[in-house]
Design a protein around this ligand. Structure first.
Ligand code: PLP
Length: 250
């Protein structure tokens, strides 16, 4: 069978087995960047001991979940919007923001571009360069941003380069965008893999700026993509409320 034109996601095990005539146990997975250490034993025990919760609908406001996330991120509980993985929140944020001109820091996760293609936004990439070790030149980046865009997408640390922007540089970028009415989406799906989260997370900036939302989840570091749990963090409570209104309940 010719595989030249087959395009599928690296975590689509059923498809890979079919195309390459393999059994699932013959595959070593590198396609989804999920922590190879797997789900923690503690999480397994807690889940196994509480299976009866599947028989009831969850609290629509996720009060207890949001309070745990608030403690984990050291951020007010009202800044948090849980979602069906960060994927749901990427889609919802773009839909609600409805940008006209988007700049994406690349090369990066292709889902941003796919979601943007459903909106009316133009999309352009500012590419990190291998010869710079994928380190961002913030001055040049801000010059590019100036005057042309109303939406910026950053993945930090970035998939696939694994390079990260420091909190000081993030503050410069978000502040620059704030003065120019550019909303910033920062995908921190991989942030827990960083040697020091505090060096690169933009969570503290949500207390200072309302032009940003951070997205996180448990799929990668906590090895739980099947749980479909992500969360957004923003100090822009009006925007968060609008996103929540559009969300499918539960
Ligand atoms: C950068 C990035 N963001 C988001 C996602 C989607 O994660 P989730 O399982 O939380 O929807 C992925 C998955 O590959 C990713 O690489």
């Amino acid at each position: 069978m010719s595989t030249a034109k087959m395009i599928f996601h690296g975590s689509d095990i059923e498809k890979i087995c079919e195309v390459y005539q393999l059994k699932p146990e013959e595959i070593v997975k590198f396609g989804a960047n999920v922590n190879p250490l797997g789900l923690s034993e503690h999480v397994k025990e807690q889940l196994a001991g509480r299976l009866d919760i599947l028989s009831s609908y969850p609290d629509r406001d996720y009060t207890s979940l949001r309070s745990i996330i608030s403690e984990y991120c050291n951020i007010p509980v009202e800044f948090i919007l849980p979602g069906n993985g960060s994927s749901e929140l990427i889609a919802l944020l773009i839909q609600e923001r409805n940008p006209k001109h988007t700049l994406i820091l690349g090369p990066t996760y292709s889902e941003y571009s796919r979601e943007l293609s459903f909106s009316g936004s133009t999309q352009e990439y500012y590419h990190l360069r291998e010869e710079d070790n994928f380190v961002l030149d913030v001055d040049d980046f801000c010059r590019t941003l100036d005057g042309k865009y109303d939406f910026l997408i950053l993945c930090n640390p970035n998939n696939p380069t694994s390079s990260a922007i420091s909190i000081n540089n993030l503050r410069r970028i978000v502040s620059f965008c704030n003065e120019r009415n550019i909303f910033v989406m920062i995908d921190e799906t991989y942030v827990e893999f960083a040697p020091d989260i505090n060096e690169i997370t933009a969570v503290s900036l949500t207390r200072e700026f309302t032009n940003l939302m951070i997205l996180r989840g448990v799929s990668k570091f906590y090895a739980a993509p099947g749980m479909r749990l992500g969360y957004g963090i923003t100090g822009n409570l009006e925007f968060l409320k609008k996103m929540k209104e559009k969300q499918v309940p539960w």
